[in-house]
Write a protein that binds this ligand. Structure first.
Ligand SMILES: Nc1ncnc2c1ncn2[C@@H]1O[C@H](COP(=O)(O)OP(=O)(O)OP(=O)(O)O)[C@@H](O)[C@H]1O
Ligand SMILES: [Mg+2]
Length: 409
């Protein structure tokens, strides 16, 4: 796999629905060291999409400034994440004839280009072309066809697209902060980089990243990505229900959720009490904790029911030998893994970023999987980020670089 040279700096910018995370990584001989992190509350996003440019720009600035201070460097270029209901994933294939009876790099590039040539509406653009496997003549299951003999090369790929306007809004926000965008990466692709083990990808696994506004799903079978989807549900919905049903302000609902929240009734002892602030200047009330859990459990259960439906619909539910890996801030709550396992009926674990060095303790939270994954993705692209002085007039630029063939394997 192509590795970047040492002392390169890669920056991941995760523009989430509830928080912006800017993660600075230094590429070393052994992998990636996290050297800076900045976060800020996300103000201009809704369900994974930018809905207010000014608010998003100021949130990004805050996170980037903080990350620059911690890392002691100036950031000019980032890998940015994208999600939202506009993201679509489809499987396709391409076939080309081999001229010299030996497969060379340009034959592989041609077959991937061919596989990418599906009818994509004018308002969409391709984010990723992810090779699944190659077939040379009649032999299938080939991961690297370079140098093989044959007359016919076929590639099976997973293509991820999004609305051009959604992509442009992310780039615009970054550019307004004087940041170039090296690449736009699907959130679940970045998160899988940080959370999944290779053997899980081989056996068959679904990554489920539940954030504030979206639940991102990515399925791997035989080491390749076979399905991606985004469900418009997340932790914000749970908070809203707590606020409505316990008649408490949104801010208090969020605090109660984080302090007393639990998604699995059986884990809560009867008799535990909590203080619930009221709205409209009324006095706070004391309530049993299980009242809160009775609100949370059905909401979280509902999210996993949608996830299960999606996994069954895509046809890979029975192929998940390694089960489901949960990540994202909404999976931090006690009992989420247990209820997921019960609803999904497959082995389930929760994951935070691993396989990194540096400020590991700071980023070891499911909320940072996408941000750290972006850095790991960038490091694997083998591209470096120069660090010129801030304030230069750098025109916005979006490089659609061809993915390295090794990306998937
Ligand atoms: N300790 C906790 N207990 C319960 N919920 C939590 C906890 N920590 C974070 N959350 C919830 O996680 C959600 C935010 O997760 P995350 O930071 O992954 O979202 P995001 O990346 O901003 O959003 P998205 O990926 O949907 O765009 C919020 O709804 C928050 O309430
Ligand atoms: Mg997220």
């Amino acid at each position: 796999m192509a590795k970047a040279k040492s002392s390169e700096i890669i920056v991941g910018l995760d523009i989430g629905t509830t928080k912006i995370a800017c993660i600075v990584g230094e590429v070393t001989e052994d992998g990636v060291d996290i050297i800076g992190i900045g976060t800020s509350p996300s103000k201009g996003m809704r369900r994974g999409n930018v809905v207010n440019i000014d608010a998003t720009v100021s949130s990004i600035r805050q996170a980037v400034d903080e990350a620059e201070n911690m890392a002691g460097c100036e950031i000019s270029s980032v890998y940015a994440a994208i999600s939202g209901p506009n993201v679509r994933g489809i499987n396709n294939n391409g076939i080309v004839a081999i001229k010299d009876k030996e497969i060379r790099a340009n034959d592989v590039a041609r077959v991937l280009e061919q596989a990418k040539a599906v009818a994509i509406p004018m308002d969409r653009e391709v984010l990723h072309v992810l090779p699944q496997q190659y077939l040379v003549d009649d032999q299938d299951g080939i991961r690297d066809p370079l140098g093989m003999a044959g007359v016919r090369l076929e590639a099976k790929v997973h293509i991820v697209t999004s609305l051009v306007s959604s992509v442009q809004n992310v780039i615009r926000c970054a550019n307004r902060c004087n940041l170039q965008v090296s690449d736009i990466v699907l959130e679940s692709l970045a998160a899988s980089q940080a959370c999944l083990e290779d053997d899980e990808k081989e056996l068959g696994v679904a990554l489920v990243d539940i954030g504030g506004g979206t639940c991102d799903i990515m399925v791997y079978a035989d080491g390749a990505i076979v399905h991606t989807s985004v469900i418009e549900l997340g932790g914000e919905r749970v908070t809203n229900d707590i606020a409505t049903l316990l008649r408490t302000p949104l801010e208090s609902a969020e605090k109660l959720k984080r302090k007393y929240g639990c998604a699995w009734r059986e884990l809560v002892e009867t008799g535990e009490m909590m203080e619930v602030p009221s709205v409209g200047g009324r006095g706070a009330r004391t309530m049993p904790r299980h009242k809160l859990v009775e609100v949370i459990e059905p909401r979280v259960e509902e999210i996993f029911e949608y996830v299960k439906k999606d996994l069954i619909r895509c046809g890979y539910y029975d192929a998940l030998a390694a089960g489901v890996v949960l990540t994202g801030g909404a999976t931090v709550m006690e009992g989420v893994t247990e209820i997921a396992e019960q609803v999904l009926a497959v082995p389930t674990r929760r994951a935070a970023p691993s396989k990194i060095g540096g400020l590991v303790d700071v980023v070891r939270s499911p909320s940072y999987s996408t941000g750290v994954g972006l850095v790991m993705f960038g490091a694997e692209q083998g591209r470096s980020v120069q660090l010129p002085a801030r304030g230069e007039d750098r025109p916005g630029m979006f490089k659609r670089a061809w993915r390295s063939l090794a990306e998937m394997f």
